[in-house]
Every structure is written in C-alpha cells, then in structure tokens.
Design a protein around this ligand. Sequence first.
Ligand code: AMP
Length: 410
Amino acid sequence: MSTFRAPKGTNDVLPPDSGWWRHAYRVFEDVAEQFGYGLALTPLFEDTEVFARGVGGDTEVVEKQMYSFLDKGGRSITLRPEATASVVRAAIQAGGVQGRLKASYWGPMFRYERPQKGRYRQFYQGGVEYLGSGSPEADVEVIEFGYRYLERMRVPHVDVHINTIGDAADRARHRTELIKYFLERFDELSPDSQRRVETNPMRVLDSKADTDVIADAPKPSDFLSDEPAEHFDAVRAGIEALSIPYTLDSTLVRGLDYYNRSVWEYIPRTYDAAQSSVGGGGRYDGLFEILGGKPTPAVGLAMGVDRIFLASEAAPPRSLLDTFVVVADDKKRTEARTLVSELRREGLRVDMTDTVRSVKAQFKEADRSASATAIVVGDEWSSGLVAVKDLKTGEQQEIPIKEIGRWLRA
Ligand code: AMP
C-alpha cells in the first residue's frame, strides 16, 4: 500500500513541537490587543481577480505563484497568497471605512514557490492592517508593532530596513527613468527581467538574478516630491523617538504592486542572509480604489511565522499540563475523573489516562506529556487527601483535596 505524504513545500506541526506555534499565536493576539487591533476573519480563497488586481498582474506572486483553479461553478478561485487584498476587499464590501479600522489576522498563505528552508508553499503569517489613516503616526505604529512582536518572540538583533517609494506621480517619473536605464543595459538582464522592463520595471528591482544591474539603477528617493518626503521624515523621526533600530535601504521596493510611500522589512542581523526577512510591510493608499472602493489611505504589515520560528530563541513552553492525575486505586477512577473535571473548570490544565493502567505506566505518561506535577489518587483519598509529586524535583507531599486547585495555581 502506498503511504501518503504532506504535499511538497508544506509542513505538519504536531505536539509537542507545536507548543512553540501556539505560543507564537498567543503572543501575536496579545500584542494585537495591546495595540488596539480587532480581528478580521476572511476566506482562505477569493475570486482570482482580487489578487490579480490587488497584488498586481506583473508581480512574481501573481504571475508564477498563485494556486488558482476553477470551482464546480466554473469560477476562477485562488488560495490567498497574502491577506491584505482580502481584508481590503472585505472592508469595501462592508461599506468602506468610516474613520479608522484596525484589524489583525493570522493564518496560512499559499504560494507556489520553489521550496527551501524558510520558503514554503503553505506558510503562516500574522498581520495587521491600519485602514483609514494617512498619518505618518500610523506607519510608525505599525512598524513598532512588528518590532515589539519580534522582541516578545525573542528574535535577536532585529534591524528595520526602511525606504520610501513615493506616491503615484513620483513612481511614474521613476518608472520612466528606470525603463531608460534598463534598456541601456538590456543584454545584461535575465529573461524574466527583460520581459518586465516595459510592463513593470519596478519589479525588475526585486530580481535576485540581476543584482549588478540593479545596484546602479535610479532609486525611488531620486524622484520624491515634497509631501511624501516630509511623510518619510516624520516616520523616521517617529521610530527614532521609540529607539527602534533601522537602516535606510534605498534599494528596497518590495514585491507587491500596491505599496506607496513607506516600505520596510524586519531583518535579524544574525540570520541566514538568503531568507533574511522575517516580516515586512508598507503603506498602500491606492489599494481601496484598485479594488473598487473609495480612496482610503492605509498601512499594514505581515510577519512570517515560519521564519520567526527559525530565528527565534524562545524555547517552547516547558509544560503542557499543570498536573497529571494518577489513579493508584482502580476503584477510585470515577472520583479521579470528577477531580480532573473540577480542576479543569478552575482553569487548570489537567489530564489522566484513558483507561486502567499500572501506576508506573501512568507516571510515564505524565512525563511524556511534560506535566509539571502528578496527583496520586490512592489510599489517602478516604482521609480527604491526595499525594502531589513535583515531577522535576521528585518531591512529594500530601494536600487536602479541597485545596489542590489553589495549591497548583500558587
Ligand atoms: P510578503 O507577504 O511577501 O510581504 O512577506 C511577508 C513575510 O512573509 C516575509 O518577510 C516572510 O517572512 C514571509 N514569507 C513570504 N513568503 C514566504 C514563503 N513562501 N515561505 C515562508 N515565509 C514566507
């Protein structure tokens, strides 16, 4: 019989290793609440046009990496390669944004990439979108969000690489000069870049195959008009005031078409250079209109959880359980089950075996589930006591049954 394997470029994460992932998710939710972000739940798939238009037709993501298929109704559907276009689509569908809307999301994204370490076909992102604000303070807040999340996930030495790519008019002037420049050096470019020179020269700047040509190419900063330049100065002043370390990176443009003004990436200095960014974001003031909504300024980021996992020094939570109930007297199984139920309702993390087992086998299971303690239900039960064993030190003591919950929480 053949055995099944997870599809190429995807990963299974099972207990106990998934402890880190649960921790990463909880910390993300916690930081999102601290920063005042509500939760956005959108479909994992959308009408293909949402991404084709939202992300941009000439991008790597749309041209090569989309998981698209026709559903049984003949509609072209795409598994989301990113969530910003979905969140914006949802906000427009809900009637647009009045004032500000701050929303966060967490979940799998799908891109048909060449799998390698830190680059998968299904990967996980936690992201936030700050909709309805054109203020540089919003950029600063979102940049800080990602930085604080990485701090909490113990990713060391994070440097924020930032750049501004200006507004539509600046980009148009940059584009004209880029085309001129790339045509001069056309023969040195890779076939993919040659094809993009006239359709989307900004994307040539993302090409890993053409770094020599790109190094001398005109930079977005050479074409900045006053307002975007002032906006960028304010963003820099804001992150300096928060003592967030950053580097100006005039070559950074980011792979999705919808960005304008600020773009940034989080780069841990100690991390493998090939897959160096553990998250990134930018302003996307034009995206609402591209997707058929009213003009609405917005800024957001996405953190790449798989890469944070590779770069994080956070140990997975030590114990999954506060206690494991060991039944030393088989006649007391029902009492033990009731105790487990009561302790769980008190908010403690508790487990026991599914059926009669030797005491030795039960202790083995307690160890395997990384429980901090074991409670032994045995002879002392009739005197209103249980034995509690600290599974780390091996120390054991008798505690009144009524006090066990309080004792475990202490
Ligand atoms: P992007 O949505 O392309 O701006 O990417 C944001 C973050 O998601 C990146 O900084 C990466 O950490 C992560 N990421 C993007 N693509 C992948 C992938 N194929 N596999 C794993 N992580 C990814």
